[in-house]
Design a protein around this ligand. Structure first.
Ligand SMILES: Cc1ncc(COP(=O)(O)O)c(C=O)c1O
Length: 454
């Protein structure tokens, strides 16, 4: 085990200002200069060195809506996405419970990429061997980063159920190797706890001094459904807040049962994940993958046209590298919801950019072979269709009992086959189940602190 004093508690990830000042300064230096230093565990936070949440409030000249669209920026987490947070909480909980030990166990992570990257990275920092089980067709940058962090790859063929195949492969590997341990992001509550506590409260802090300082809507596209859990905390503080789960139109499993192929990496995994709290899902919003891809191209490549909209040049430049396709997908959904809920300039919609542009160069290159010569007229049309004049289509209201029941049935279909009982799934129909999972944070923080005293 590497230096245990660098292992943060949940509380320290939300309030990094509570970390010993000297250590924090060393950690901040390591973030930029020494990526594989264990000190970087102290950088698992949404906050920058001034202890403010990293976010951008999108210019209304881009969104076309009056409400503030606030995007929390995951790209500044070590390893380049916030998925490293739940990878850490899953591993540290397993460690303090004595279930995942570096000298005895190899860590297996089923993932479409960022969770795999995050867990390979965390395993290196904490001295574990790791294997990432992922579909072969995700961007090549993801495979390369996992290898750079010392993770081994097990690739599964890509087809209609690619994430489910990674889960099946993971369970097969564990059967053959009983010392393997799964960081089961789709079904483990350490993922829920990280996002409900750290992301949820960071979102609440991000709207301080902004509009009416409340959150009217939270939009998040589930992969594992971890990030969506932030909504549970937001709703506790702002009960009127609407929570929208976002999915690719082509793989709109939650809203229509569709399970097709799509290009928005990291989301739309063709299931209702075990850790998805259906009780708090008010809307499901579908976004066509072409819109997410072209939105990414606009932000990254069409800076001239964005400046012509009157967006200042520093913002245009800053936005260029902040988002990947799933971040753009969330932004489009946030615009749709601002319209759907008829929100005003006082209202805030919060959403998430899980990662930044750095792992999508190859994706944009591929897109560019499709759109070789684009004229200004076409770019303007894209900007209007995707941002300024985004429509309210494909928004499904899930507040009634029948709609919730649809999601519960999907969950049964997805999880009973992996050994979870109907009784257990039924217990999730009560908020006390989720609050109970959440309340375990205090115990884990105590155990992490106790480790340091050993
Ligand atoms: C790029 C990207 N966006 C969104 C998500 C979804 O996040 P979550 O798994 O917390 O639902 C993921 C998950 O891996 C991702 O990699």
């Amino acid at each position: 085990m590497k230096n245990i004093n660098y292992y943060p508690t949940y509380e320290e990830m939300l309030y990094p200002e509570k970390i010993n000042k000297h250590l924090r300064q060393k950690a901040i230096k390591a973030l930029n200069n020494d990526e594989l230093n264990t000190l970087n565990l102290l950088n698992l936070t949404w906050k920058n060195q001034n202890n403010t949440v990293r976010k951008i409030v999108l210019p209304p000249k881009l969104t076309g809506v009056k409400a503030n669209i606030v995007v929390l920026l995951g790209k500044y987490f070590p390893s380049g996405s916030h998925k490293v947070g739940p990878a850490y909480t899953t591993l540290i909980e397993g460690f303090v419970d004595g279930n995942i030990l570096p000298d005895k166990n190899t860590v297996l992570s089923p993932s479409t990429g960022n969770f795999g990257i995050g867990s390979a990275y965390i395993c290196t920092l904490m001295g574990y061997d790791s294997i990432v089980v992922m579909p072969e067709n995700v961007s090549i940058e993801r495979h390369q980063i996992i290898k750079k962090y010392g993770g081994k790859l097990e690739l599964t063929p890509s087809c209609d159920s690619d994430v489910i195949l990674t889960l099946q492969k993971t369970y097969e590997l564990v059967k053959k190797n009983p010392s393997y341990r799964i960081l089961a992001q789709f079904e483990i509550f350490s993922n829920y706890r990280f996002h409900r506590y750290v992301t949820g409260n960071s979102a609440i802090q991000a709207v301080k001094n902004l509009g009416n300082e409340k959150i009217a809507c939270y939009c998040s596209a589930p992969g594992s459904g971890g990030t969506l859990a932030a909504g549970d905390e937001i709703k506790k503080v702002f009960p009127k807040c609407k929570i929208a789960a976002v999915e690719p139109y082509e793989s709109s499993t939650l809203s229509t049962g569709r399970r097709g192929q799509h290009r928005i990496e990291g989301i739309g995994d063709k299931m209702c994940t075990l850790i998805h709290n259906v009780l708090n899902t008010d809307f499901v919003v579908c976004i066509k993958d072409e819109q997410a891809m072209l939105g990414l191209k606009i932000i990254h490549d069409c800076t001239k046209e964005l400046k012509k909209l009157g967006i200042d040049k520093d913002t245009v430049q800053y936005m260029k590298n902040l988002f990947g396709p799933s971040g753009i997908c969330n932004i489009i959904a946030a615009i749709k919801m601002a319209k759907q809920l008829n929100l005003s300039a006082e209202d805030n919609v919060v959403t998430i950019a899980t990662d930044g542009f750095d792992r999508y160069g190859s994706v944009l290159k591929k897109l560019n072979t499709q759109y070789k010569h684009i004229d200004t007229f076409t770019i303007k049309e894209w900007i209007n269709n995707i941002f300024l004049q985004q429509t309210q289509d494909y928004i499904y209201d899930f507040r009634d009992n029948n709609s919730k029941e649809k999601l519960y049935l999907q969950k049964e279909k997805d999880w009973i086959k992996f050994g979870h009982s109907k009784k257990y799934l039924d217990s999730m129909k009560n908020m006390s189940f989720w609050d109970n999972e959440y309340s375990q944070i205090k115990e884990y923080d105590k155990k992490i602190k106790a480790l340091r005293q050993k």
